[in-house]
Ligand binder design. Structure first.
Ligand code: CA
Length: 256
């Protein structure tokens, strides 16, 4: 049903040391028309990605040689692979692994044991979300609401400045590394200080309508953002039972 323009558009690297899982993932992605390259350890996987930049990486967390976190960190530090989407495979119920994975720049995660169907759906969702995003640093894929916003540019709130076009977050004038998802989430919140968003609204605005992502994921991303905001973590307020908002400085701080 798909119409790939070239194999490069369908190129996925799967890094997983458990052969059975690797085979199942490879089989199911190939069946959907993807070209799949596989590696059984982190070092070999990283090499595959560096040989030829894929459209997406499926990355197991627990790997020999280099573990998934190290691989993900290495990908994010290299300008050539900085924007390649990463789906992390994590152990069941281990939230700290999920937090760590998202913290080093994974775009999404799938908890083992997972259904191949679910993984394929997430791969598709992420690729769709990134489709128009060809140029490095571009945020063309940012949700439709932001696309329509003619004033889409740097926003500032207190000590925090977010520039989606340059993929840049400054905290007290110092640049801090944010994942795409974190940056979008922060941008949505900071753009309208004081406005409360439900988790569902944030999922929709940040991930797009067809996102295969749970409300709980938003909590994980917010936690990561607050960690990076450090002393300014209170900029993002939790509205109990509802969702989140950014602090409205105009009403809480004296204006100069
Ligand atoms: Ca493993």
């Amino acid at each position: 049903m798909s119409t790939p323009s070239s194999t490069a558009d369908r190129d996925i690297v799967v890094i997983e040391d458990e052969e059975a899982i690797r085979d199942v993932v490879e089989y199911n992605l190939q069946r959907e028309g993807f070209e799949v390259r596989t590696a059984g350890d982190g070092r070999a996987g990283l090499q595959l990605v560096r040989d030829r930049t894929p459209k997406l990486v499926v990355l197991d967390l627990m790997l020999p040689e280099l573990d998934g976190l190290e691989v993900c960190r290495a990908l994010r530090e290299d300008p050539a692979t900085r924007l390649v989407p990463v789906i992390m495979l994590t152990a069941k119920g281990d939230e700290s692994d999920i937090v760590l994975g998202l913290g080093v720049g994974a775009d999404d995660y799938v908890v083992k044991p997972f259904s191949p169907k679910e993984l394929v759906a997430r791969v598709r969702a992420i690729l769709r979300r990134n489709e128009p995003c060809e140029g490095a640093g571009s945020t063309e894929a940012i949700d439709a609401d932001l696309e329509r916003d003619p004033d889409r540019l740097r926003v500032e709130l207190g000590a925090v400045s977010v520039d989606p076009d340059r993929h840049e977050v400054l905290i007290g004038g110092v640049e801090e590394r944010f994942t795409r998802t974190e940056l979008r989430l922060l941008y949505v919140l900071v753009r309208k200080p004081g406005r409360v968003y439900t988790r569902e609204q944030l999922v929709e605005r940040v991930m797009g309508e067809n996102a295969w992502i749970t409300d709980r994921t938003i909590d994980v991303h917010v936690r990561a953002i607050r960690q990076k905001l450090g002393a300014h973590a209170d900029l993002i307020e939790t509205i109990r039972g509802v969702g989140y908002r950014s602090r409205d400085m105009a009403t809480t701080a004296p204006d100069a």
